[in-house]
Design a protein around this ligand. Structure first.
Ligand code: HEC
Length: 104
């Protein structure tokens, strides 16, 4: 095998494993994103009664993901206070947040 071919194969493998990582849930990224949620949900997701924001700590990641999707879509779940926050976030952001929150 010539070195150019070897380089291309190596590059392909590296690219594939990189995209597998970025598509997975990234709790560390979720921790960064969660900073904007703390005012209402608390540092550890325990909820803030004064904000009428529920406890989300310990919830399943798939449930958190679904609520974030539904709140952003605003059809089956209307949550006007959260819309300004979730409307700026992507599907990947939601997955990362769900990974982080579900580990409290
Ligand atoms: C301005 C306050 C506020 C901010 C900021 C906020 N939330 Fe909320 N959140 C709420 C309130 C209030 C509810 C409950 C609303 C309802 O009754 O549907 C809620 C509901 C939720 C729920 C659904 C809980 C359940 O049990 O169904 C999740 C998940 C959630 N928030 C996650 C987040 C995340 C993640 C962020 C940051 C990106 C965030 N919230 C930012 C106020 C806020």
């Amino acid at each position: 095998m010539n070195s150019a071919k070897f380089f291309l194969i190596t590059l392909t493998i590296a690219t594939c494993s990189f995209s597998a990582i970025t598509n997975a849930q990234d709790a560390a990224r979720g921790a960064e994103l969660f900073k904007q949620c703390i005012a209402c949900h608390g540092e550890k997701g325990d909820g803030v009664p004064a904000q009428k924001a529920p406890r989300i700590a310990g919830q399943f990641d798939w449930y958190i993901l679904k609520q974030l999707q539904d709140i952003k879509a605003g059809v089956t779940r209307k949550n006007p206070v959260m819309v300004p926050f979730v409307s700026k976030l992507s599907e990947q952001d939601f997955k990362d947040l769900a990974a982080y929150i579900s580990k409290f």
